[in-house]
Design a protein around this ligand. Structure first.
Ligand code: SAM
Length: 187
């Protein structure tokens, strides 16, 4: 289906579908309305687990409702910043999703910030197993997003090439604000 190739959010899922399997433990670093959490929960199945993070009540409530409606019960919903994820993860993880920015239709002041996002990526990569993959969507159309993009790109382009494959997908004929997809695979 062509839609997987023309939207960064869909392309992220397209890659993850290839890498993840039933029984895996994975992280949704920005649960928001729960769409990515639901996607991950369906892939890893009841034998697997999704650990999802968000700082705001609305995200937890919306995700809880979405999961209940879909009879999903393999998710830990954690109301804390992803920069603290090491407090909640004890297994190796096979993958993770970061969908940065603010909650669509929510409070645009509650937004991911470069400094804490970098800490979260660093922690996530520590738990990631060999051949595991992290995907990230960076929205840089808003002012905080511009700063975050700089900080995140600066961090990931300096990741040790003997340990990680880092890829950036940028749809370069779109407006400057078109979101960017990053994938990181652990060697
Ligand atoms: N993945 C979501 C979905 O499928 O609906 C969309 C995520 S939305 C673009 C970004 C989310 O990141 C917001 O809900 C926001 O509250 C959350 N967020 C902001 N700072 C955060 C932090 N430090 N840790 C975890 N989540 C954070």
């Amino acid at each position: 289906d062509i839609k997987y190739l023309i939207r960064p959010t869909e392309l992220a899922k397209y890659f993850l579908k290839d890498v993840l399997k039933e029984g895996d433990v994975v992280v949704d670093a920005t649960m928001g309305n729960g769409n990515d959490t639901l996607f991950l929960a369906n892939i890893v199945g009841e034998k697997g687990k999704v650990i999802s993070f968000d700082v705001q009540d609305l995200a937890i409530a919306n995700t809880k409702k979405l999961l209940e409606n879909n009879h999903i019960n393999n998710v830990d919903l954690i109301q804390d910043g992803h920069e603290n994820m090491d407090k909640y993860i004890c297994d190796e993880i096979s993958g993770g999703m970061f969908n940065l920015g603010y909650l669509p239709k929510g409070d645009h002041h509650i937004v991911t910030k470069g400094e804490t996002t970098v800490v979260a990526i660093e922690k996530c990569l520590k738990f990631l197993k060999r051949n595991g993959m992290i995907t990230m969507i960076i929205y840089h159309g808003h002012s905080e997003g511009k700063i975050e993009k700089e900080q995140v790109i600066n961090y990931i382009e300096n990741l040790d090439q003997s340990k990680f494959h880092v890829m950036k997908v940028d749809y370069i004929n779109q407006t400057k604000e078109s979101p960017i997809l990053i994938t990181i695979i652990k060697k």
